[in-house]
Each structure stands twice: as C-alpha cells, then as structure tokens.
Design a binder for this molecule. Sequence first.
Ligand code: GRG
Length: 287
Amino acid sequence: MELAAAVDRRLPELLPGAGSRPERVIEAMRYALTTPGKRLRPVLTLTVAEMLGEDRPEVLDLACAVEMVHACSLVLDDLPSMDDARLRRGRETTHRAFGEDVAILAAFALFNRAYALVCEAGMRLSPRRYSVADLGHHLARAIGTEGLVGGQALDLESRERDLDLERLEYIHSHKTGALFIAAAELGAMAAGARRKEFDAVSLYAKNLGLAFQIGDDLLDVVGRPEETGKDSQQDTHKVTFVKLLGVDGARSLIVELLEFAVEALTPLGKKAEPLRSLAGYVRVRER
Ligand code: GRG
C-alpha cells in the first residue's frame, strides 16, 4: 500500500541520526519502530486527512507520531512483567534484543518523540478549527487511564472467571480501539474537519479498532506465526472474544462491527471509499 510505504520511508528520518547519544537506546528505538509492521494506524490518519482535503507533508509526521505511540505500546506490552513475549513482527522482542532497561527507555523516548512531533507538525499545519493543544490533548487522552493504559490494566488483572462481554469490550476498546480513534481524529483535525465529519470518522474508527482487536485474538488461535510474526496461543491465560464466543462467533462479530464502521461513513458519501476499503482489509487480514 502506497501510504504505508510513505510511512516506512519517513519513520527512520524522524529519529536521531546514527552516532547520536544515547546510542543503544536510539538503536532500540529504531529497532522497535522500523521493523516492518502493517502501519494501519498511520494509514488511517493519512487516509482521513486526505479524504477531507489535507495532504501536506506535515500530516505524514502526525501519522508517524501515532505509529511511534503504537511502537512504544508494543515494547511495553511485550515486557516480561506484561505479556512476556518472545517474538514481535517476526523478530526478537525489543527487551530480548536489547535488555529490559534499554527497551523501557526506548519506549519512553519514542513516546516523547511522538508528542514533540505532534507539536511540531501541528504548529506547521495550523489547521482550521483546531489548535495544537487539541491535537496533543486527544492523543494524551487516548493513551492514559481512559485509553491504552486503562484497557491494558484491566486486561492484566482479568482472569477467565471474569469473562463477560461488557468487560471484554471495555478492555479491547481501550487498549486497542482508543489509538485507532485518536489516529482517525488526528487526521480529521489536521484537515480542519467539521463536527459531522469528525463524528463520522470517530465512530468509524471505534468500530474498526474493536473489530481489529477481535481479529488479533482470532489470529492468536488460528493464525500462522510465519504470517503474524508472533508466537501463537499467547492469549491462552487471557479473557478473549474467541473464548467467549468461539471462533465462528468472533468472526461474525468482526463482520458486524465492520458493517457498523462502514455505516458510520454514510454522511461522508462517496469520498469515504478509501475508508471502506480499509474496513475490507481488516475483514480478511491474515497477519
Ligand atoms: C504508554 C503507549 C503506552 C501504553 C501503555 C502497554 C500498554 C499501555 C498497552 C498495550 C496496548 C497494546 C499493545 C494493545 C494490542 C494492540 C494490537 C492489536 C497490536 C497489534 O497491532 P498490529 O497488528 O501490529 O497493527 P503491527 O506489528 O502490524 O504494527
């Protein structure tokens, strides 16, 4: 995909140059960030902005900031005290390659680079209707206790006996959905979206993100490590939609959520076609 390739090209340019200090941390940042991933969240930011008429290069930096937050969350998620994962994107996880101390520092360095980028790109874009503070605030809210951290915390403390739909939806829509929503909203804000446009892409992203995470649970059971780049059956001790609804039930729920996502785009008409295609991709993905 062309937009994902643009993200891949830009990401390494946004990190401190070779030879800068602290070398090992910067090397770990580069490792965590530039190992090939699907780049779905930054593609979402770019697609939304482009759909609403904003395609200046600064949007690419905003999108890369979203990918940096995602990369940070993966490094933290993989740590021994969290998921204790061995493989990510087909390679050793960052803490296994660099040590836990360096991995934690690299995660927080990526996190802070992301906020700096949002400020830099936001100031240059200076979008109609939204301030740089709006951009930073939306991203911050998506990550903290009302977002990724909140979802991850409940995920970690949940046991099989806690398996219920309401709790699962809370976990998934926070630990994964929140960054999808922020990615789409940042694209909308960069383009100076009107209320109706903003709400439509936000609702679309909410359903897309939830469908995507259920797909992730499904791939943990039925996916092939050569495709997913991760070990299978990592979630056996966790509460997942697949455990609650079975493989077929989880598949049906993905289809239903993607239909909701596409329905949310109705007010945007034909111009939302690229977002409909993105939903189609999430439906059939195998990695
Ligand atoms: C402070 C940013 C921050 C986070 C702290 C660790 C944590 C809280 C949250 C974990 C969130 C997390 C990793 C959720 C799982 C999301 C998910 C489905 C990841 C896989 O995404 P893909 O498939 O991966 O898009 P690629 O490798 O393609 O980028």
